[in-house]
Design a protein around this ligand. Structure first.
Ligand code: AMP
Ligand code: GLY
Length: 427
């Protein structure tokens, strides 16, 4: 019997998961709630935070497996609710998702598990936070404790900027996320994300990915949810991976089990590869966006049995194969992103004939009159593969240039980090 699968979310990540799952011979009917224009044949219009309606839908439609994309429903406890109703769901419980939901919780788990990370302290008051900043000096990193859609972090270059960030966070720029502040030592090095499938005990690393968080070329401008990704970064090695698994991922999973809140789903470890070795910047409790787009492009094996095994504690019996190719995803965002941006920009996305490229939708919507229109900040994730990074980049940018998207904002240097210095690339 083919399985019915529900994916929760509406980003590029969810389109990439749907694209991969619909290729599975084990998957029958697919649903995406609420989805976007790229997933329109599978969409169900239920918002990601209406847990009761999602559970009712899953029960009514006898969904065999629900896959949760975003952090919000995870932190709200969607996995606890589905399990209580006897529904199979891929993702961590609300308690385990606090690894992402609270930076101070994540830091205390890192300390308990002796996982290498930046030195840190948590504050609730501006005066003590500022006193600490003056004591450690700049650069330092100021973070809102709770969920802030990847935007609650300021890497401050001087003390004044750090103090301003404290005021902005405590003044409520990030809503409830900002009632507490984490202040951290600023780490230097290459940033890389390792996402791992886990059933709570066994753990399977995916291919390593480099994201580009800043809005502008050359890593300038504001922090964003991610402007593009590529895999694999050239500095990654088997040795580094073993270090990350044994010094970071496994101790974290062990500590979560010890604390009585085992973590199953995707453990996403954001790392800085420093001179002293890999250190954790953050955990996420889910697939990354736009990391998932390039990961799915390289995943050779069927995704469905992997997700299923994570819900059955049988992950150690599953084999996962990856394509020996480079993948690049260029995010095309609305003009102005990550600040205020217009919506409902008409989009013209050509049918992609080449097997080397796929356009994943993120903030798009389908309108019976206008067709496909933009409906968010990050709008498309143009993803391509190649035998080399140069070829994958070329395939991605050739596709970018074919897309009709007036005013689109995107970076020209996705993956350039992996080629060498930016100067050698720009003419
Ligand atoms: P986070 O949401 O914690 O991943 O932070 C967002 C971005 O801020 C990261 O991807 C890094 O680029 C940067 N960042 C966070 N923490 C640090 C740190 N301790 N040192 C340097 N950069 C950081
Ligand atoms: N691309 C970063 C994230 O998904 O949080």
């Amino acid at each position: 019997m083919k399985k019915k699968v529900l994916i929760i979310g509406s980003g590029g990540r969810e389109h990439a998961l749907a694209w991969k799952l619909q290729q599975s011979p084990q998957v029958g009917q697919l649903y995406v709630a609420p989805g976007n224009a790229g997933t329109k044949e599978w969409n169900v219009s239920i918002p990601v935070n209406d847990l009761a309606a999602l559970a009712d839908f899953a029960q009514r439609e006898q969904i065999d497996l629900t896959v949760v994309g975003p952090e919000e429903p995870l932190c709200l406890g969607i996995v606890n609710l589905f399990r209580a109703k006897g529904l199979r769901v891929f993702g961590p419980t609300g308690e385990a998702a606090q690894l992402e939901g609270s930076k101070s919780f994540a830091k205390s788990v890192m300390d308990a598990a002796k996982v290498p990370t930046a030195q840190w302290k948590v504050f609730e008051r501006a005066d003590t936070a500022k006193e600490y900043i003056r004591q450690i000096g700049a650069p330092c990193v100021v973070k809102a404790d709770g969920l802030a859609a990847g935007k609650g972090v300021v890497v401050a270059q001087d003390v004044a900027q750090a103090e301003q960030a404290v005021d902005a966070i405590l003044a409520g720029s990030f809503g409830d996320a900002g009632s507490r502040i984490v202040i951290e030592e600023c780490l230097q090095g290459q940033e890389v994300s390792l996402l791992c499938f886990t059933d709570g005990r066994a753990c399977y690393p995916m291919v390593p990915v480099q994201d580009h968080k800043r809005a502008l070329d050359g890593d300038q401008g504001l922090n964003t949810g991610g402007m593009g990704t590529y895999t694999p970064p050239p500095f990654w090695s088997k040795k580094l991976q073993t270090k990350v698994l044994t010094q970071i991922v496994e101790p974290t999973l062990r500590e979560m089990r010890r604390a009585g809140t085992p973590f199953a789903g995707v453990l996403y470890v954001g790392l800085m590869i420093t001179e002293q070795g890999p250190k954790v910047l953050e955990y996420n409790a889910r697939f990354g966006d736009p990391e998932t787009q390039v990961i799915m492009a390289r995943l050779k094996s069927d995704l469905f049995p992997v997700l299923w095994a994570c819900t059955e504690q049988t992950l150690s019996t599953v084999a996962i194969e990856w394509r020996e190719e480079v993948a690049v995803c260029v995010v095309m965002a609305a003009p102005g992103y990550p600040q205020a941006y217009p919506k409902r920009i008409p989009l013209h996305i050509p049918e992609v004939a080449s097997a080397a490229g796929v356009v994943f939708h993120a903030g798009t919507a389908w309108d019976d009159e206008s067709g496909c229109v933009s409906d968010g900040g990050r709008v498309l994730g143009v993803t391509a593969t190649g035998k080399t990074l140069t070829e994958a980049r070329m395939n991605a940018y050739v596709l970018v240039e074919k897309i009709g998207f007036p005013g689109a904002h995107f970076r020209w240097d996705i993956g350039v980090k992996g080629l060498g210095s930016i100067q050698t690339y720009f003419k």
